[in-house]
Write a protein that binds this ligand. Sequence first.
Ligand SMILES: Cc1ncc(COP(=O)(O)O)c(C=O)c1O
Length: 385
Amino acid sequence: MIPFIDLAAQQARLKPKIDAAIARVLAHGAYVMGPEVRDFEAALAAFCGTKLALSCANGTDALALPLMAWEIGAGDAVFCPSFTFAATPEVIPWTGATPVFVDILADTYNLDPEHLEAAIEAVRGEGRLRPAAVIAVDLFGQSADYPRLAEVCRRHGLRLIADSAQAFGCTLHGRHPIAWADVATTSFFPAKPLGCYGDGGAVLTGDPALWERMDSLRVHGKAVASDIEARVFDHEPKYLNARIGMNSRLDTLQAAILIEKLAIFADEIEARQKVAARYARGLAEVCLSVPTVIDGGVSTWAQYVIEHQNRDGLAAHLGALGIPTAVYYPVPMHRQAPYAHFPQGPGGLPVSDAKAKTVLALPMHPYLTPAVQDRIGEAVRGFNG
Ligand SMILES: Cc1ncc(COP(=O)(O)O)c(C=O)c1O
């Protein structure tokens, strides 16, 4: 069986460096919030050209932290796509706010700015909820249309989160999503373009006050500098809790591993472009949709997603030939029981419903060789179902 994502190939490339990084952490023993955590946060922010990064326990908490820091809650509407992983809408009801599902564009699978605007206007017209924020997703590795989304958010006074869990490192016109969004979040789940060896996540922001509030929230609402300033205590302020928070820290060991992985990440993104271009050449002449990248965009190709009318037949055919595939996502979130009662933009979500029936992800990673890709391409072309 061909691997769907080959983490072993990357580990073989980095093994001495990762072994040494782990040994350093074992030697100093600061397993929680050790020096590698702050070093990694600085390197991550620099990679995206923004001021600050705040690491946390996973990409789901990374979405919850800014919502909590902005005190979004009951009575607020947060707009997001339905054609995404559960984590995107899941964090919204955590805060007491209501997710409002918005449809996607048929070519890029990312949030449709026109439908977003219609959904905001409909919520406002109804008067029951207050439009508060948008979570846009950079699905399968590529940037959503941030110039247009940010413009809609600005006009309506909404905050914008870029959920870049699948696309950390993607750019649009040479800039990362954080150039337009109030915050961008990512996940370091092992299969992500920049993954660690367990769970991890981060929030990027250019706003130091927001960073500080999220720093408090990730450690049980601990008092941070601005909570302590100009106050006198008759106890150690370390155990002063200024707000209700959570426990969401990135392990020092994972930060140490991520420092090594980030050092080769740009090179891996480059390699992913070559793999994607080879797929496109090999598959374009068969009657399939190959992925469209937004004008001016560079995808990190977390997934290489094709479409086929007989998607399940094609998946079975490839599986029989030892080629694994995956369907992201067979059931959009608005069709899932815990989410089905949440509001949708006007006219519903016809594109999300249609895409769920045709999308199929092929093996994709930076170490995929031309020979293996040829085998996959031939197998796809050989399907006549
Ligand atoms: C779009 C999206 N958002 C958020 C997440 C959550 O990340 P994590 O699994 O690290 O909590 C994922 C992870 O799969 C994702 O794909």
